[in-house]
Design a protein around this ligand. Structure first.
Ligand SMILES: Nc1ncnc2c1ncn2[C@@H]1O[C@H](COP(=O)(O)OP(=O)(O)O)[C@@H](O)[C@H]1O
Ligand SMILES: [Mg+2]
Length: 252
């Protein structure tokens, strides 16, 4: 199911003051994998996403994406190589229509060169992507301002912005949070479709039951350290994981 190694994270460290938010974390991602990142609040999950996408710089360690070092590069350069993210706190251009939020990625050199001259109408490409990601149920929604969209659509818009860049890897920071069970259920096929298209997904999630429906592998972070890495069923039986989760039930 999974292909070649596309991301190599080696001995990554980051501290804030005295807090080790990331402590010697190492792992690989392979093409087409869906990998969950779980762990208690404050464990260092978002910090890891920030490190991989250039929003913060590691104190030490190496990040190699498609054979090239990316640690130290700014976020836009990393995104242009195909490693993109969603935000736990979403940041759409609120006053723009939803579909206009996709114009910046669609205009990027990464996407332009794949269209090889036949530029076409960017607005209609944007609308197509939104339909693909589940905006199809109400044809007016893509034209509404992003700031007026309900949460479920905003989450989809975040993913659509990633997809517009024709990503290799998408890092999702809690895309399921705040969504209803039925909203999540309607999102699962979209994630599976992304995987089938060869996109690698790394999903930071608190919604474990829903996560395990799509993730074949899960890594557990606790106090900045990776304490487990493997198939969900095995990882959740790991005594160190059970201890980390003691009293921290799967939040609903
Ligand atoms: N920019 C920052 N400045 C100072 N401390 C931070 C910063 N970002 C994260 N931290 C701290 O690092 C730890 C890990 O945070 P975070 O990565 O957000 O955890 P998680 O996403 O797993 O809940 C926490 O103790 C948090 O307070
Ligand atoms: Mg977080």
């Amino acid at each position: 199911m999974t292909g070649e190694r596309i991301l190599e994270v080696a001995n990554l460290w980051k501290s804030f003051g005295g807090i080790h938010a990331t402590s010697g974390v190492s792992f690989d991602l392979h093409r087409g994998e869906v990998v969950g990142i779980i762990g208690p609040n404050g464990a260092g999950k978002t910090t890891l996403v920030n490190l991989l996408t250039g929003f913060i710089r590691p104190d030490d360690g190496r990040i190699t994406f498609m054979g090239e070092r990316i640690d130290g590069l700014p976020p836009h350069k990393i995104a242009l190589r195909g490693l993109v993210r969603t935000f736990q706190i979403m940041r759409p251009f609120h006053s723009m229509p939803a579909y206009k939020n996709l114009i910046v990625p669609l205009n990027s050199p990464r996407v332009r060169k794949t269209r090889s001259g036949a530029l076409g109408d960017l607005d209609s490409v944007a609308i197509d992507i939104l339909e693909e990601i589940g905006f199809e149920r109400d044809a007016r929604v893509p034209y509404k301002t992003a700031g007026s969209l309900p949460l479920g659509y905003l989450k989809r818009l975040e993913l659509a912005r990633c997809l517009a860049l024709q990503p290799v890897v998408v890092l999702c920071d809690e895309v399921f949070s705040g969504m209803s069970m039925s909203e999540i259920a309607s999102m699962l096929p979209l994630l599976e479709k992304m995987q089938m298209n060869g996109i690698t997904l790394m999903m930071v999630e608190h919604r474990l039951r829903e996560l395990f429906k799509v993730a074949g592998r899960v890594m557990v972070i606790n106090f900045g350290e990776k304490i487990a890495d493997g198939p969900p069923a095995e990882v959740m039986e790991d005594p160190a994981v059970k201890k980390a989760y003691m009293g921290v039930e799967d939040r609903k």
